[in-house]
Ligand binder design. Structure first.
Ligand SMILES: Cc1cc2nc3c(=O)[nH]c(=O)nc-3n(C[C@H](O)[C@H](O)[C@H](O)COP(=O)(O)O)c2cc1C
Length: 159
C-alpha cells in the first residue's frame, strides 16, 4: 500500500459500475432524465431507494420543486439514452423529445416509465441529506414496474 492522489485511487475502484436513469418533473412543464451511478436500496419495509444528485444538475432543481422520482433500470436497448442523459442537461435540451423516448405515465405522479425499460420504481421523496456538492434524496417506493420481455441489465450481460 502507498499513499496516492485521490484521482488515482478513484480510477482504480471506479469500474465496473451499475447505472440507472432517474425521471423527474421539470419545474415548469414536462419531464427530465438523468443517468445516475450513485443510487442504492436503503430499506426493505417500507421499500426505499436513495439517489445522490449534484447541486448543479437540472434534476436537482426538479426535485426541489416536485418531490417525486422514477428510478428506471435500463435495458440494453437504452444504452444510447443513458449516454445522452448522462452528458446533456435538461437546462439545455428536452431529453425525451431529442431521443424520441417512448413512455407510459406512471401511477404516482404520472412521471414517465420508458417502455423499453427493464424495471422502474415510482418513489416519493421522504427525506434528503446534503452530502458535499450533492444531495442524497431518499424516496419511498409507491409502485413497481417490471418488463418481463426484456434482457437483464447492461452490466449483467455476458460479453
Ligand atoms: C455513467 C454516469 C453516471 C452518473 N452518475 C451521476 C450521479 O449518480 N449523480 C449525479 O448527480 N450525476 C451523475 N452523472 C452526471 C449526470 O448524468 C449529468 O451531469 C447529466 O447531464 C445531468 O443532467 P441534468 O442537468 O438534466 O440533471 C452521471 C453521468 C454518467 C455518464
Amino acid at each position: 500500500m502507498k499513499i496516492t492522489e485521490l484521482s488515482t485511487a478513484y480510477a482504480k475502484v471506479h469500474l465496473p459500475a451499475k447505472i440507472a436513469l432517474v425521471a423527474t418533473q421539470k419545474p415548469d412543464n414536462g419531464y427530465n432524465l438523468i443517468t445516475v451511478e450513485w443510487f442504492m436500496r436503503t430499506s426493505i419495509q417500507p421499500p426505499m431507494f436513495a439517489i445522490s444528485i449534484g447541486h448543479n444538475r437540472f434534476t436537482h432543481e426538479c426535485l426541489e420543486e416536485h418531490r417525486f422520482f422514477n428510478l428506471i433500470f435500463p435495458s440494453v436497448e437504452m444504452k444510447q439514452l443513458c449516454a445522452f442523459s448522462g452528458s446533456n442537461s435538461g437546462k439545455d435540451v428536452d431529453k425525451f423529445a431529442e431521443t424520441d423516448t417512448k413512455y407510459i405515465p406512471g401511477k404516482l405522479n404520472k412521471l414517465p416509465i420508458p417502455t423499453e425499460a427493464l424495471a422502474a420504481f415510482e418513489c416519493e421523496v421522504t427525506s434528503q441529506i446534503r452530502s458535499g456538492d450533492h444531495t442524497i434524496y431518499i424516496g419511498e417506493v409507491k409502485y413497481s414496474w417490471v418488463n418481463a420481455a426484456k434482457e437483464p441489465l447492461i452490466y449483467q450481460r455476458k460479453v
